[in-house]
Design a protein. Structure first.
Length: 581
């Protein structure tokens, strides 16, 4: 018998006097112990459908017709007390960003205890520790005394899962639960969720834009587009022979981390389904760097730490970036890659080492924080933030966001210049009068790129800029970045945990763990190996569409330790020496 039953569900929201449909006649069922993957582009309605399992509708939305039954109950016919019992009791949700879902001023153990208490469950210290052990967190007695900011992203997500399963729910909704996690942590979290689903006999609804994750986790998949389910099939059948042209276009837009160039497959894409974004994903988008010239960026034995006496976040790192080159930096959460990006942008100071910029016209010391840099150096190095939602002022128009750096660096912020920049990133002058809330995630990311380009930089830092985007929007953003590199001769530091994306965009790859680079070299040399053990683990943990099993990453504890020196594998491919631990 199905624990979840959704029948002909239709939802709309009010826009002035108009009623705008967002979900159109969706039906599906989930049995105990089974997982349904719900996929589709941003705005397809998948998260709206998922949240109805907890009787949740966004403000201004209403159900036009249809029903949602969970464990035999019509959730929208429940009393207020019944809905409180449903949420976290019968059905629970694990959201995309556990760091935002957890209370920053409350210790982890107390937050888990609160989740137990809310549903009348025993909330003694032993039960709290039992849940912490259930989600495989190390040193449970220490973890429960910490605050959320003292945990890594993966640890925060495990705490959120512990709270979600505290009352042993019948239904678990996973709304993009691993988007912000590196591939090794992602594999461990997904393995945990799969085990809990079987152990507790839960029906699981997994919402994700990552088709590799959905492929490995789901028994069946429903593909949504513009509020409708356009295809619903068993997972193996859908990936082997997708029937709808939109499903084929989605699969074609996925970067392939197992092929040189990271290009997506074309087997399933008819000409009618081809879009600019799917075409972009099937071409290698790297721009060849200028060979044998002076690097634009040079780092030697760079050390960065966030406070006196604390371990170095970046520890003795050396690298260069050539003109027009894209250097990608990959590694787990806390490896130091984003610290490296923020230091390059001047947001955190370097403690020691050499860190310099010189493109022949502008030069300067990158160890200096942004306030100490010359105007020319500030202009030359620009950062595109990971989350365009939080980096744009919600009360200022798109035009105002782009005009500000124009005025700061060029002294002129005419409406024509703003419109030209928006056109260059594929939007158009009409977007200048819109607010960020009126844009999709991909459009907001394009505004972030336009704002960075307003300074006419020589180097762009792209820090996880496609993390929260569906595959077709991601493909368009990556193609845009490559086109801008060709047109403007930009260099790029590209930070990402998505190895398939990296393989498609990078000229060289640096692999970081524990604040150090353990491998660096041309992209295909690094992906082809032989590799440092940590790189091998990253590559093995990467999920691709069609994968039916989760990779075995064990407990994530390193089985090696660094040794002195490097091994030169030729053609600029270096791996740090290691020995078995």
């Amino acid at each position: 018998m199905s624990i979840v039953q959704v029948d002909r569900l239709a939802i709309s929201y009010a826009a002035g006097k108009r009623s705008v449909p967002v979900v159109r006649g969706v039906s599906f069922a989930i049995e105990a112990g089974r997982t349904l993957g719900l996929v589709g582009e941003s705005g397809s309605g998948k998260s709206t459908v998922a949240r109805t399992l907890l009787a949740h509708l966004r403000t201004g939305s209403r159900i036009e017709h249809g029903t949602v039954h969970v464990d035999g109950e019509d959730v929208f016919a429940l009393s207020p007390a019944g809905r409180r019992a449903l949420r976290g009791g019968t059905a629970s949700v694990v959201a995309q960003n556990a760091g935002q879902a957890l209370t920053p001023s409350m210790r982890v153990g107390e937050q888990i205890r609160e989740a137990l208490r809310a549903h009348g469950e025993p909330d003694g210290p032993e039960r709290v520790l039992e849940l912490v052990r259930l989600v495989r967190l190390p040193s449970p007695e220490s973890i429960v005394r910490r605050y959320p900011h003292q945990l890594s992203g993966g640890q925060q997500q495990r705490v959120a899962i512990a709270m979600a399963v505290a009352a042993r729910p019948r239904v678990l909704v996973l709304d993009e639960p691993t988007t912000a996690l590196d591939v090794v942590t992602q594999a461990a979290v997904l393995d945990l969720v799969a085990d809990l689903g079987r152990e507790l006999g839960m029906a699981v609804l997994l919402v994700s834009h990552d088709l590799g994750v959905v492929s490995a986790m789901s028994d069946e998949i429903a593909v949504m587009r513009e509020g409708e389910v356009v295809e619903h099939a068993e997972t193996a059948a859908l990936f082997a022979a997708p029937q709808h042209e939109y499903t084929r276009a989605l699969l074609a837009a996925v970067p392939d981390g197992r092929r040189p160039g990271g290009t997506g497959g074309t087997d399933h894409v008819p000409e009618a389904a081809t879009t600019p974004s799917t075409v972009a994903s099937r071409t290698t988008v790297t721009v060849p760097p200028v060979p044998h010239v002076r690097p634009v960026v040079t780092a030697e034995d760079l050390v960065i730490r966030y406070g006196h006496g604390l371990p170095a976040a970046v520890d003795g790192v050396s690298f260069t970036i050539a003109p027009r080159e894209t250097l990608a930096v990959v590694g787990e959460s806390g490896s130091g890659k984003s610290t490296l990006a923020t230091a390059l942008a001047g947001l955190v100071p370097a403690e020691s080492g050499t860190f310099s910029f010189d493109d022949g016209t502008v030069s300067g010391d990158l160890r200096e924080p942004i306030a100490g840099r010359s105007p020319d150096l500030r202009r030359a190095v620009q950062l595109v933030f990971q989350n365009a939602d939080t980096s744009l002022n919600p009360r200022r128009t798109v035009g105002a966001a782009v005009a500000r750096p124009l005025k700061l660096f060029t002294g002129s912020s005419s409406r024509e210049r703003v419109g030209a920049l928006l056109t260059q990133v594929g939007l158009g002058p009409e977007f200048a009068d819109r607010l960020p809330a009126q844009l999709s995630g991909g459009q907001r990311q394009r505004v972030g790129i336009a704002r960075a380009l307003a300074a006419e930089p020589r180097l762009v830092i792209a820090d996880e800029i496609t993390t929260a985007l569906d595959v077709q929007v991601q493909a368009g953003i990556l193609a845009l970045l490559a086109e801008l590199q060709r047109e403007r001769g930009l260099s790029c530091l590209f930070i990402s945990h998505d190895l398939a994306v990296v393989r498609g965009v990078a000229d060289r790859v640096a692999v970081m763990t524990g604040g150090r680079i353990v491998e660096i070299g041309p992209t295909e040399a690094v992906f082809g190996g032989p590799n440092h053990p940590y790189t091998a683990t990253l590559l093995a943990a990467t999920l691709e569409p069609g994968d039916t099993e989760l990779p075995d990453v064990g407990d994530g504890v390193p089985r090696w330790r660094d040794a002195a020196g490097w091994t030169d594998r030729g053609d600029g491919h270096l791996t740090r020496n290691w020995e078995d631990a």
